[in-house]
Design a protein around this ligand. Sequence first.
Ligand code: AMP
Ligand code: ZN
Length: 114
Amino acid sequence: MDNCIFCKIINRQIPAAVVYEDDRVIAFNDINPVAPVHVIIIPKEHIASANDLTAGNSDILSDVFLAAQKIAEKTGIAAKGYRLINNCGADAGQTVFHMHFHLLGGVVLGPKII
Ligand code: AMP
Ligand code: ZN
């Protein structure tokens, strides 16, 4: 997608601190972290939001969770725990419309979100 900031990161058109990459997903440090570990995990395929998942593309979710597990191990938060968040749509505050997951950890997180 031409005007998608996360597609530009995938294509190396804009820089990012990449912490994990495989054939289907890439992960990089959030530019505005809210926790000691705050990594954005995205599919390489442009899927705008969780509303755009289908039976044909939802296999990507297991890739995202397996990437999260590896990143959690690598950043030392696997044993202590972490949170994986997807914001879908306006009420959830989604600002980048390339589906992504926030991997948060390295601190005791608050109870849920709202
Ligand atoms: P969301 O509100 O779920 O759409 O979150 C979008 C996230 O992407 C925010 O936490 C931003 O800080 C992060 N973000 C936006 N642009 C970049 C970028 N160029 N590199 C890294 N993270 C970014
Ligand atoms: Zn995109």
